[in-house]
Design a protein around this ligand. Structure first.
Ligand SMILES: Nc1ncnc2c1ncn2[C@@H]1O[C@H](COP(=O)(O)OP(=O)(O)OP(=O)(O)O)[C@@H](O)[C@H]1O
Length: 279
């Protein structure tokens, strides 16, 4: 279904060159939920964004539904991308569009004929039980409802794959459960393959069959989440599995390097179209 081979992605900025994804192989079976976990900066977002070529790898191969995406001409890539939905931590809804209009935008960008769009919007909103919020603007919706609209938008083009980049990191624990329930339904009822990026082990455990553990751009191990006892080999996986918080006293003399914050474009209509269409 999804096969990444030798995928590498580097970023060069004034501060130097970062290898965000370093020679990663990953295979996801059709209908599976694949987790990707790791600390901040491990390369999770960059890796998941190579699956729809929002980030074009410097090298390596990306095969989705039997098709190599890296060599597709732009027009065909656009058509293929419509079949790969994506949701984000901060929902990326356009505030000046209603829930229904936000969903319709994905259809518009994909060039879906106008005649069938309203029915597809209604169907997508029904999947996430938000038919009654079709005319509501995002400012009137809770975080969980916004993420459900984003799921509806991602489903509008009837994708075979749904990429989820930290979908529950901006919502409270109760809402996390609701969002995960809808994702589970999308996977089980609609048969959509899911790739789920998170730094929360309990989130992948709730949904995924396999989790790839990332550190410094590499997949350092896979954990099978089939209910059998987990035997993590890497220190990072052991740390992520151990969710108990132990607080040592603050070391006031310690200096921490400044975080490298990748530039984030503001979410505008153009930007969303770019996200949906081109990245
Ligand atoms: N557009 C960009 N330009 C420059 N550097 C980037 C860019 N995107 C990511 N990076 C860098 O690549 C590395 C991996 O970033 P990435 O966002 O993929 O990690 P992550 O595991 O998803 O982290 P987080 O959970 O904080 O989002 C980081 O060092 C980051 O600063």
């Amino acid at each position: 279904m999804i096969t990444l081979r030798g995928v590498t992605k580097t970023f060069t900025t004034a501060g130097g060159t970062t290898t965000a994804v370093d020679d990663v192989d990953l295979h996801v079976e059709r209908g599976a939920v694949q987790g990707i976990i790791g600390f901040s900066g491990a390369g999770k977002s960059t890796l998941v964004r190579t699956v729809n070529l929002l980030e074009r790898p410097d090298s390596g191969s990306v095969v989705v539904d039997g098709e190599e995406l890296t060599t597709l001409p732009e027009r065909e890539l656009r058509a293929r991308r419509a079949k790969i939905g994506m949701i984000f931590q901060h929902f990326n809804l356009l505030e000046n569009l209603t829930a229904a209009q936000n969903v319709e935008l994905a259809l518009r960008v994909a060039g879906a004929p106008k005649a069938g769009r309203a029915a597809k919007v209604a169907r997508s909103l029904a999947v996430v039980d938000l038919s009654d919020k079709a005319d509501a603007y995002p400012s009137k919706l809770s975080g969980g409802q916004k993420q459900r609209v984003a799921i509806a938008r991602a489903l509008a083009n009837e994708p075979s794959v749904l990429l989820c980049d930290e979908p529950t990191s901006a919502v409270d624990p109760q809402t996390t459960i609701t969002v995960l329930q809808y994702l589970k339904e999308v996977n089980e009822r609609l048969g959509i393959t899911i790739v789920l990026v998170t730094h929360q082990m309990n989130v992948v455990k709730a949904l995924a069959g396999d989790v790839a553990v990332m550190e410094s751009g590499r997949v350092v191990e896979h954990l099978r989440l089939d209910g059998s006892p987990l035997a993590p080999r890497s220190e990072i996986a052991r740390f992520l599995l151990d969710d108990e918080i132990r607080l040592a006293p603050v070391d006031h003399g310690r200096t921490e390097p400044d975080a490298v914050v990748p530039p984030r474009a503001p979410v505008s209509l153009d930007r969303l179209e770019a996200v949906v269409e081109r990245g």
